[in-house]
Structures are given as C-alpha cells and as structure tokens.
Design a protein around this ligand. Structure first.
Ligand SMILES: [Zn+2]
Ligand SMILES: [Zn+2]
Length: 338
C-alpha cells in the first residue's frame, strides 16, 4: 500500500509499505479517507517541531472507515465511519490511572511520535475510534482539532457569565471560540491578522474582534462593558503574547495556555497575586470530548464546513505542501482526500 513519508524536514516521499500485520484482539484495521493538516504537521515539515524524529508518516486528524476488527472489539464494526483519538496512552502511569490519558507520561501521539495516517490503511487500538452514523469523513477528521478547544474550555470551567478573550484566530483559537459560545459566554477574539478575525466574526460567532496593537486592552474592554476578560485563552504559542495575558486578565480571572513554546515563561508576581489569577495548561483532549463533539456536530450545533478552505488529493500532497504553507491567512484548514 502507498504511504507518504516525511523523510526529513522539507522532503516528502511516496513509498510502498507493507500492509499492517494481523490484528490483535483489541485492534481494528481502518481505511483512511480524510486527513486534516495542522500546525504540528507544518512545523514538522519546516523542521521546527521539538522532539520530532524523521522519517515519519504524519497525519493525526483522521476520518476513517473500519475494515476489520479484532476478536475482542465491541465498540465499532466493519463499515463504521469514525473519528480517531490520536493520543496513544500507556494505561498504567500515574496520569493514566487518574483518568488523565490526554497527558499520559508516556504519551505517543499518532503521526507525531509514531507513524500516522498519511497512508491507505492503519491499525489502531479500537478504543481510539469514535463512530458516527451521521457525520461524513471530512467532519470526522475535524473532531480532533475541535477537541483541543473543547478540552481547554472544560479546563477553564467558564460559564455564560464569563467575559472571554481568545488570542489567536487559527483553528485552535476558533475551536476555543466555538466551545466558549456553547457555554454561553461573551467572546472577543484578538489576532494580528484582520482576515482571520473577519472569519471569526462572519463565519463563527465571535461577539467582537480586535486587531492586536499597543491599545489592545482598551479596545477589548470597550467590547466587554468596560470590564477586563475573566478568562483568557491563548492559542498563539507566542511567549510575548502569553506573558502579556497577566496584564489583561480581570482580578480573580483565569488564563488558559492552549498554545505552547519551548522556553521559560516569566511574569511579575504581584500581577499574578494581587489579581489572584488562576493559570491552566491545556493539552490534547479526553475521550469524553470526542463523544461530546460528535454529538454536537450531529445535532448541527457545530458546523465546520467553512473551516475547510483547501482540499488536496493524497497524490498531490508532496508537491503542494510548500504552497499550502505559503497560503497564509487564506488557510484555515486543509484536508487531504484519499
Ligand atoms: Zn492537529
Ligand atoms: Zn500513561
């Protein structure tokens, strides 16, 4: 079968690889139909993904079809359309024992730490498959991206009374916006890019948008009845942006770091203490997030159609990846079809 391997930074190669080995009792064989491309993939291609090793088959945002199941599998059957939870947890570390499989100490993310979905067939633990009779493969491929925002919003514990600021209007920021709106909160989006902000307000339900400037906070407050944001989701992974959130959060407010960077973060302790801020890290998502998102998509409460701005045939990925990277703000989500 055909697979697309990222041999080294900047170099994709189509290869013929052997079909997956026979199934263990709890495994399923799936056919890959759609693959979402995300920041992690672009970083890996650029050689900027920390702790990344080559060669690697990318692809962790998957819409798949079950072909065959192991003898002990009961949650899915051949023919099912599924989303894939790509967080392969160990099941025995302290974090797993506490139900936090999203931050398993030995976590292997499919398509990042192990070979992923840019291939025709894939063998997976069946427990990582989430079936839906109503969603199509493209919708299912977006569940993982949405999960990042869903988990972050759940971590924050926000309610309809919160005044939320989301920084960064890429897919992860948009996912945070989506779930903050489901909670009923008022949401202002902040980004440097006006086109992205237009998407957030025209296509999504952002209550207001602010183009980042020296006066960002005043502009944000103007949209929040003069108040500071009670919860700030930072989806930029930009150290400067993340450190500035300490100045923007309301007294008693919360900061949720969804984006990340490799380095030290510093803040002025009185800013943190006088305001009695709460800081959260948010990493990946939990199984219940996948179930909830599929349910909301089936109900039509989440519509991701407009997110998919680019579609690429599997055979063209190697040649068009560089072009996708150059698409800039026109790109919200690219999906590979096969
Ligand atoms: Zn992703
Ligand atoms: Zn574990």
């Amino acid at each position: 079968m055909k697979a697309l391997t990222l041999q080294e930074a900047g170099k994709f190669e189509y290869q013929l690889v052997s079909e997956p080995a026979p199934l263990q009792p709890h495994e399923a064989l799936v056919k890959v139909h759609r693959i979402g491309i995300c920041g992690t993939d672009y970083h890996a291609y650029r050689g900027r993904q920390p702790f990344f090793s080559y060669p690697r088959i990318l692809g962790h945002e998957l819409g798949v079809e079950v072909i065959e199941t192991g003898t002990a599998v009961t949650n899915v059957k051949p023919g099912d359309r599924c989303a894939v939870e790509p967080y392969l947890h160990c099941g025995h570390c302290q974090s797993c024992r506490n139900g936090k499989t999203n931050c398993c100490e030995n976590l292997q993310v499919l398509g990042v730490h192990t070979d992923g979905g840019m291939t025709e067939y894939l063998k997976l633990p069946a427990g990582k498959l989430y079936a839906s009779a109503r969603l199509n493969f493209e919708q299912l491929a977006l569940v993982e991206t949405l999960g990042i925002g869903c988990h972050a919003v759940n971590r924050s514990g926000i309610t309809a009374a919160d005044k939320v600021l989301v920084i960064g209007a890429g897919p992860i920021g948009l996912a945070c916006l989506q779930f903050a709106k489901i909670k009923g909160a008022k949401v202002v989006m902040l980004d440097v890019n006006e086109a992205r902000l237009n998407f957030a307000s025209n296509t999504m339900q952002a209550d207001a948008t602010v183009v980042a400037s020296d006066n960002s906070l005043e502009a944000i407050k103007a949209h929040l009845d003069g108040d500071m944001p009670t919860a700030i989701f930072d989806a930029t992974g930009n150290p400067g942006s993340m450190m500035r959130t300490f100045e923007m959060a309301a007294f008693g407010g919360k900061i949720i770091f969804v984006g990340l960077f490799q380095g030290d973060m510093t803040f002025f302790d009185p800013l943190f203490h006088r305001r009695e801020l709460t800081i959260f890290a948010s990493r990946n998502a939990l199984p219940e997030d996948f179930n909830n998102i599929i349910h909301w998509m089936e109900e039509g409460r989440i519509d991701t159609n407009a997110w998919i701005t680019h579609r690429v045939a599997f055979a063209d990925v190697a040649d068009s990846f560089e072009h996708l990277l150059q698409s800039g703000h026109e790109l919200v989500k690219a999906v590979i079809t096969l």
